[in-house]
Design a binder for this molecule. Structure first.
Ligand code: NAD
Length: 344
């Protein structure tokens, strides 16, 4: 089956890491067709919008999309975050952030958790206003039953497929009594549908602390938008940091995978951008496309490279972005040769 992959390189180091991922995908035994679409500040300068409608349409028409990163200028009137807009327009309601120990000295051992973050509502509702001549700023935090149900079901479904089958529901219902109160009560209802899953609840501040103290205690964490954004950045620092952190944005029939990092403007063109986060996002995309063997092959090869110090300077290595990609490609080709020999 041919998978149509929409590549969204974006700005800064985005195009560098997406090009590497495309080369890697091309050596895997897969039937793929690539198209490219515009997103980000460069798109805004060329086309007058950071997220053209044509891009949304290309993503909808594709089996999955792979996104690099964008630069978001802080003070440009009328500019909007194309990432937040893309997630909302395509109803990519689940943001998945796996955090797994890597074979590297900067990584803590025995961590294997996934953060399932609501991606379309909460404090990122986009409903903001200024009152009192600009002296009072208000953002509305929107939590809906529908939004809560679908993210909680996603978390429980993921937990069902994992060994430990535990879900931590993270909220602040003692203070945010209405919004977190609704999220929490929906969680307790949904939990009844999953008798084999252990449910635990934790306040978000306690969770932030427990993640630092003992991250290995967590299996699946599910939470609202802003809490998930912060906790997932915190968690990725225990397992190698931004250069290896990957995520997926999942909707009903659409999915966009991306490295967690931004456009890293200070290292553009230096060869210092670690492409591994994008490779791990690519592996998540392959799982989503049911190409599980290729996903596993890519993850194993990436871990072998990390273990052998074949990495960029952020992980202590001395290779450039494209040299890391070359090593990954070489190792994939070697594993493919070996598996062919075994088949003969
Ligand atoms: P950033 O993630 O771009 O960079 C943070 C730090 O990590 C920098 O020191 C950078 O050099 C380093 N870094 C990032 N990715 C790396 C990689 N692959 N390999 C090695 N080092 C890496 O965050 P920032 O500097 O706060 O933001 C820069 C721009 O990116 C801003 O315009 C911001 O709005 C945007 N941003 C975009 C996204 C996205 O596209 N999803 C996410 C975060 C930030």
């Amino acid at each position: 089956m041919t998978h149509r992959i929409c590549l969204l390189p974006g700005d800064g180091i985005g195009p560098e890491v997406i090009e590497c991922a495309e080369h890697v995908l091309c050596v895997l035994p897969l039937d793929l067709e690539f198209i490219r679409a515009d997103i980000g500040f460069g798109a805004y300068e060329r086309l007058g919008t950071p997220l053209p409608d044509a891009t949304l349409e290309e993503i909808r028409l594709s089996s999955a999309a792979l996104f690099g990163a964008v630069t978001t200028p802080p003070n440009l009137a009328g500019y909007f975050s194309p990432v937040v807009r893309m997630r909302q327009s395509l109803e990519l309601y689940a943001n998945l952030r796996p955090c797994q120990s890597i074979p590297h000295s900067s990584s803590r051992p025995d961590i294997n958790l996934i953060i399932v973050r609501e991606n379309t509502e909460g404090l990122y509702s986009g409903i903001e206003r200024l009152e009192d001549d600009g002296n009072r700023a208000i953002t509305e935090r929107v939590i809906t039953r529908k939004g809560s149900e679908r993210i909680l079901r996603k978390a429980f479904d993921i937990a069902k497929q994992r060994e430990r089958k535990t879900v931590h529901v993270i909220h602040k219902a003692n203070v945010l009594r209405q919004t977190c109160g609704l999220f929490r009560s929906v969680a307790l209802e949904i939990a009844k549908e999953y008798p084999d899953i252990t449910i635990d609840e934790m306040l978000v501040d306690t969770c932030a602390m427990e993640l630092v103290r003992a991250p290995e205690q967590f299996d699946v964490i599910v939470t609202t938008n802003l809490f998930g954004d912060i906790l997932s950045d915190e968690a990725c620092m225990f397992v190698g940091g931004l250069g290896v952190a990957a995520s997926g944005n999942i909707g009903a029939n659409v999915a966009v995978f991306e490295p967690v990092h931004g456009s890293a403007p200070t290292i553009v063109g230096t060869g210092k951008a670690n492409p591994i986060a994008t490779f791990l996002a690519t592996a998540m995309m392959l799982d989503y496309l049911n190409e599980v063997e290729s996903a596993e092959r890519l993850r194993n090869v990436v871990n072998n490279c990390i273990a052998n110090n074949e990495s960029t300077p952020d992980l202590g290595g001395s290779l450039t972005t494209s040299q890391v990609a070359e090593r990954v490609i070489q190792r994939i080709e070697e594993t493919l040769k070996v598996s062919k020999t075994f088949r003969v």
